[in-house]
Design a binder for this molecule. Structure first.
Ligand SMILES: [Zn+2]
Ligand SMILES: [Zn+2]
Length: 252
C-alpha cells in the first residue's frame, strides 16, 4: 500500500475498527489486542479429537451422514457474543463494511486449504471451490453474499478454480436462524438446487464448499449431497467458524 493511500485512508483493525499502529506490518489486519485474542481463539481445543480447532476435521452428525470428507474451520463461533474477535470479523464481512475483514479471513482460510491439500495429496487441478449461496432476503438485508465473497477471495489467494454450483430455489426456504435442528434440515433441502450448467465441471473433482458459520451443518449437508449427485468425487466443508455447541458433539 502506498504511503499516500495510508495517509488518506489510515488502516483500521478488521475486527474492532480501531486505527492500526503506524508501524504495523502491511499484511496485518488486526490491532495488537484483537491479534492476541485471535491467537488464543485458534488454539481452542476440539472436545472430540483434542486438536486445536483450526487443525481439526470433526463435523456435525448431519455432515457425517452426508459423507462430508472433512470439515476445516478456523475458530468456534459463540452465538450472541458480539465482543468476541471472530464474531466481530464475521459481522463485518456480513455487513460488507470493510474489505480488510474478508481479506483477513480469506488469507487464514487459504492456509487451511493448503494444509488440507498437502495432507491429502490432492493437486490444485482436481479442486473446485464453491459456496453456499445466500437467499435474496438475506442479501437484501445485509447487502452481501458473504460465502461468495470469501470463496472469490480464496480463489485469488490459492489460484484454485471458483464456480457457483448451487442456487437458491425461488420463493423457497426461510431464514435458518429461526428454526429447530430438524426444521433447519427440511428447510435447507427445500432451499437449494443444483446449477445444471456446472455439472460437467464437477465430474470427478474434489470440491471445497465454503460458508461463514456452521451451526447444525444442515446447509452444508444438503450442499454436499447435491454436489455428490452432480458428480463430485468428494466434498470437503470449509467455514470461518463452527458453532461452539459442535465442540463436544459431532463425528471425528
Ligand atoms: Zn482490533
Ligand atoms: Zn476435532
Amino acid at each position: 500500500m502506498s504511503l499516500l493511500f495510508n495517509l488518506l485512508f489510515p488502516p483500521k483493525c478488521a475486527s474492532c475498527g480501531q486505527l492500526l499502529p503506524h508501524d504495523i506490518a502491511d499484511a496485518e489486519a488486526l490491532c495488537p489486542v484483537c491479534r492476541a485474542e485471535w491467537e488464543s481463539e485458534i488454539l481452542e481445543t476440539c472436545g472430540i479429537c483434542a486438536k486445536p480447532v483450526g487443525e481439526c476435521s470433526c463435523m456435525t452428525e448431519r455432515m457425517g451422514k452426508a459423507k462430508c470428507a472433512g470439515f476445516s474451520k478456523l475458530v468456534y463461533y459463540y452465538p450472541g457474543k458480539r465482543q468476541r474477535v471472530q464474531n466481530r470479523l464475521i459481522y463485518t464481512v456480513k455487513q460488507s463494511r470493510e474489505q480488510r475483514a474478508a481479506a483477513f479471513l480469506a488469507r487464514e482460510l487459504a492456509r487451511n486449504i493448503e494444509a488440507l491439500l498437502k495432507q491429502e495429496g490432492i493437486s490444485n487441478e482436481e479442486v473446485v471451490l464453491t459456496y453456499i449461496p445466500r437467499g435474496s432476503r438475506s442479501k437484501m438485508q445485509y447487502g452481501t453474499d458473504q460465502a461468495k465473497v470469501l470463496a472469490t477471495l480464496l480463489g485469488k489467494q490459492t489460484a484454485l478454480e471458483v464456480r457457483p454450483t448451487l442456487r437458491r430455489r425461488f420463493g423457497r426456504g426461510r431464514p435458518q436462524k429461526k428454526l429447530d435442528p430438524a426444521g433447519r434440515y427440511r428447510n435447507a433441502k427445500e432451499s437449494f438446487a443444483p446449477m445444471e450448467a456446472s455439472i460437467p465441471a464437477l465430474h470427478g473433482k474434489t470440491v471445497i464448499l465454503v460458508d461463514d458459520i456452521v451451526t447444525t451443518g444442515s446447509s452444508m449437508a444438503v450442499g454436499i449431497r447435491l454436489l455428490r449427485q452432480m458428480g463430485a468425487r468428494r466434498v470437503y466443508a470449509l467455514a470461518v467458524a463452527s458453532d461452539i455447541v459442535n465442540r463436544d458433539v459431532g463425528v471425528y
